[in-house]
Design a protein around this ligand. Structure first.
Ligand SMILES: *Cc1c(COP(=O)(O)O)cnc(C)c1O
Length: 457
């Protein structure tokens, strides 16, 4: 049989509220043409993010009932600790309320003025926590990773020459190197085992610890199984374990590959660092056996980390993204290739070349997706990352103008995906009608969250 089916049956359903185009015109206007301001109830298919939006399994829900809410030494903590240890082999497992809380603790210890933290590409919260500590966050993505049209298996890799070069000159100011798997800010592209291993070798030469930002470790491991020589016969669990074996620790947002709605952890080997981390944890998050979480959350994470390594699940997950991108490519829609693990990215520069970057082509597509079909996506382009020239006040666009459609895990079925594909193709076929936008309110920082806009008629 060729047909790949969703590897689950649906026991609980959540109705989708349908809206008409007339209603959506009003809703979008009231939201100041900002998708973050649309009430989720008024969205038909919500592809804003894959973070914290997973559907939990019946076993996870029964874990929620079964959670031990004791303050200290809860049974649920020991189960969580055992599952994470078995997977990562790290000695110290420290629960946090989400990924950024683990980052905050890590960089309270390793950050500070004059320090540099290299990564393949830092995620925004990682960068923010590093910069908040006074340190500098550096991105060393591999060359293939910066070209949206270049086809390669592991576009998430770190550029090892740039890393080595930097360490040669600055090793005393680099307390830590990170690798983000998969590389979220670079399109969810995977990192190869070879690249992880070689990064570790470089770090070892300079005696610098390597940490994984492991949010999507299972998706990354599955790509290694599919694409990297020597891994076809290995289980995804074995591959994931090997990935962790090259690291000295990791930060994790359980809202991604642990299939839960809230949670995270910091895991590491070094006893002294772990002691420091737990001392910060008790001030900012909670006692070491619950961190920022309830016992029931720890149960759900433990179960999610087991389920995410089910290869039927990963096959369905990765195939859904691949299927969507094949249909879009066949219809001529410009997307970032090859597709990564958790999202489709439309290339807005090619999709709407008549809209200049300062009139936000990606945003225009995002608005039309909502108006046309009630689909919520997010612009990753000039609104999110555009800057102004200090002297001339002229808009400086980022390298790429993208629209991200992130797929929540286990939430939507193939017909939902077919609906999304149809909507994108219809909008693409009428792309000359897309209009530019301008700000009516422009917030000073992180402007995509609170901005208000209007179409330029
Ligand atoms: C989501 C994410 C984080 C932050 O995790 P939160 O749980 O949202 O705080 C860090 N790194 C990457 C790569 C992520 O995708």
């Amino acid at each position: 049989m060729k047909t790949i089916i969703e590897p689950f049956k649906i026991k609980t359903v959540e109705p989708i509220k349908f809206t008409t185009k007339e209603e959506r015109i009003e809703i979008l206007k009231n939201a100041g043409y900002n998708p973050f301001m649309i009430p989720a109830e008024d969205v038909i298919i919500d592809l804003l993010t894959d973070s914290g939006t997973s559907a939990m399994s019946s076993k996870q829900w029964s874990g929620i009932m079964d959670g031990d809410e004791s303050y200290a030494g809860a049974r649920s903590y020991y189960r969580f600790e055992q599952v994470v240890k078995e997977l990562t082999s790290f000695k110290h497992i420290i629960p946090t309320h989400q990924g950024r809380a683990a980052e905050k603790i890590l960089f309270s210890i390793f950050g500070g003025a004059g320090k540099f933290i290299p990564n393949n590409t830092h995620f925004d919260t990682t960068r923010a926590n590093i910069e908040y500590s006074g340190a500098t966050a550096l991105d060393f993505p591999c060359k293939e990773g910066t070209d949206p049209d270049y086809i390669a298996d592991f576009k998430g890799n770190i550029d090892l020459d740039m890393l080595e070069d930097f360490l040669l000159k600055n090793k005393n100011s680099v307390p830590l190197v990170m690798l983000t798997v998969t590389n979220n800010s670079n399109g969810g592209q995977p990192v190869s085992m070879e690249n992880i291993k070689k990064t570790k070798e470089v770090c070892s030469r300079y005696n610098i610890p390597l940490f994984l930002d492991a949010c999507r470790f299972a998706e990354n491991a599955y790509f290694i199984k599919l694409r990297e020589q020597g891994y076809k016969e290995k289980s995804v669990r074995e591959i994931a374990k090997e990935m962790f074996s090259y690291a000295d620790g990791c930060t994790m947002s359980a809202k991604k590959d642990a299939l839960v709605n809230m949670g995270g952890f910091l895991a590491l080997n070094d006893d002294d660092i772990a002691l420091k981390a737990r001392n910060i944890l008790v001030v900012t998050e909670g006692f070491p056996t619950y961190g920022g979480l309830a016992g029931r959350d720890l149960e759900a994470i433990a179960q999610g980390l087991i389920e995410v390594l089910d290869e039927n699940y990963l096959k369905y997950r990765i195939r859904t993204i691949e299927y969507t991108s094949e249909k879009l490519i066949n219809a001529g829609v410009p997307i970032l290739v090859p597709p990564g693990g958790h999202a489709i990215y439309l290339n807005a520069k090619k999709f709407a070349p008549h809209i200049p970057p300062e009139q936000f082509p990606g945003h225009s597509i995002v608005c039309e997706l909502y108006l046309h079909a009630g689909i919520r996506a997010v612009e990753i382009g000039s609104i999110m990352f555009g800057k102004y020239d200090k002297n001339t006040g002229k808009h400086i666009p980022p390298k790429m103008e993208l629209v991200r459609l992130a797929l929540p895990r286990r939430v939507y079925t193939q017909s939902h995906v077919d609906y999304v594909i149809e909507a994108i193709i219809e909008i693409y076929n009428n792309r000359e009608k897309l209009k530019g936008y301008r700000f009516t309110y422009e917030p000073p920082i992180l402007r995509h969250f609170l901005a208000k806009l209007e179409p330029i008629l």
